[in-house]
Design a protein around this ligand. Structure first.
Ligand code: LMR
Length: 430
């Protein structure tokens, strides 16, 4: 090959790169930004809004920022590779509980929120060749799950039944059958609370059955905890499934936990989270812990060098102060109860309008989202005719509702449901 043709080969290396579709949720945000209609409503990305539709800086966060900035030692130095120690310790405490043996059973690292935690988990599994195993996600799940794991070499991504469209309930039988028929030692990604996108969580009894079935087949569980506090307003209640796993049903095997502070501390853009490896009660020693920590550190060092500091300091300040912790708990109640109230106001209006269909699933679902049951066509019409934006799956971020727009959204739902008449799946199903 001549030098000239070598050059030509290099020249076009990036020429016919395959263009990928835009991220569906961020595409909604972009369309909404250029919509000039005054009545536009954002029920797209899961981000809390106050009753005026504005982003809300939690009062506990404001207070923590004041404390951090008033500290004479305040600076922007690097954190350690594994992140802020006080954050990692307290993050583990709030998710695993005060009495959990953190010192012996938890190895963790600060991450770029929940997505970064999932990525570190995926990379760790890749290092250990676990990416060759089947990995199961709920059907449906958060869309980003697939690409996070696929980009870390997981080619066998599969689903377990979760949402039963006809009953709008959990398909427990399908879920259990998949756990039982999966190859022994598969990986199951579970949403511990406030399931995204359906807002539908297993009951405590159902969690027991699910985790027992997983234990039976020796599957590895990865909990993706992005909404702790949003299902019930209580951190400990929302950690029920994780604590049941690590202290009881799965206490003899490792459990992986990804933790995000994007929603519950409102740290969306600051990217604060942790990835935890919870070790079995027996069988691992201090050397094993050190070795796992070294692998986590190497992943972070090669990708971020060190994790970002500012948001981590805010969360750590809140979690390590009794007074701020209490204020934060109140903030979470403010958020979860406003969402709860909006669910009820929306349904009350739909009932008043006699909108065809049943809507009580919106009030029984929990967390930030409702899987409304609206079809893709109905969602498209909501956007085009009524300037109401939600995911094409019919997932609505209830946090985007407020006293000023909830009636408009109810009228929009009513209109699209009637518009598609008997041919619309939601209408004809009834
Ligand atoms: C969502 O599902 O809307 C959130 O988790 C935001 C995101 O990054 O997708």
């Amino acid at each position: 090959m001549t030098a000239q043709s070598d050059n030509m080969n290099t020249k076009f290396l990036f020429k016919n790169v395959k263009k990928l579709p835009s991220d569906a949720l961020f595409a909604i945000k972009a369309r909404l930004a250029v919509d000039t209609r005054s009545a536009k409503v954002d029920l797209g990305i899961g981000a809390y809004r106050d009753n005026n539709g504005k982003p809300w800086i939690l009062p506990s966060v404001k207070r923590a920022e004041e404390i951090i900035k008033a500290d004479p030692e305040y600076n922007h130095e690097y954190l350690n590779i594994s992140g802020l120690e006080v954050l990692r310790k307290n993050a583990a405490r709030i998710i695993f509980g005060d009495s959990f043996d953190l010192a012996n059973r938890v190895v963790n690292i600060q991450s770029l929120s929940g997505t970064g935690a999932l990525h570190v988990g995926a990379k760790l599994m890749q290092v250990l060749n676990l990416n060759e195993r089947d990995i199961y996600f709920s059907d449906p799940t958060w869309g980003n799950h697939y690409q996070i794991f696929q980009k870390s070499g997981f080619s066998n991504t599969k689903t377990y039944p979760y949402w039963d469209a006809a009953s709008k309930k959990l398909n427990l039988t399908g879920f259990l059958n998949t756990i039982k028929s999966a190859v022994t030692g598969s990986i199951f990604v579970l949403h511990p609370c406030a399931h995204n996108p359906t807002g539908l969580d297993p009951t405590e009894e159902q969690w027991k059955v699910i985790l027992e079935a997983i234990k039976e087949k020796q599957h590895l569980v990865l909990f993706d905890s992005a909404y702790q506090g949003f299902a019930t307003g209580s951190l400990s209640k929302d950690a029920y499934s994780i604590r049941l796993a690590i202290t009881d049903i799965l206490k003899d095997v490792p459990v992986l936990v990804c933790q995000s502070f994007a929603k519950n501390v409102g740290m969306y853009g600051e990217r604060v989270g942790c990835f935890h490896v919870v070790l079995p009660e027996t069988g691992y020693n201090a050397e094993d812990k050190d070795a796992i920590q070294s692998q986590l550190n190497a992943i972070t060092r090669s990708e971020l060098s060190t994790p970002p500091a500012y948001g981590a300091k805010i969360v750590a300040t809140i979690l390590s102060s009794d007074e701020l912790y209490k204020a934060w708990s109140d903030d979470m109640i403010t958020m979860s109860s406003r969402i709860y109230e909006m669910r009820h106001k929306l349904v009350a209006k739909l009932v008043e309008l006699k909108t065809p269909g049943t809507w009580d699933h919106i009030t029984t679902q929990v967390g930030m989202f409702s899987y409304t049951g609206l079809t893709e066509e109905q969602v498209a019409r909501m956007e085009k005719e009524h300037a109401v934006y939600l995911a094409s799956s019919g997932r609505a971020s209830i946090a985007g509702l407020n006293d000023g727009n909830v009636e408009h959204v109810a009228y929009a739902i009513d209109e699209v449901v009637r518009h598609f008449g008997k041919d619309g799946s939601l209408y004809s199903a009834l």
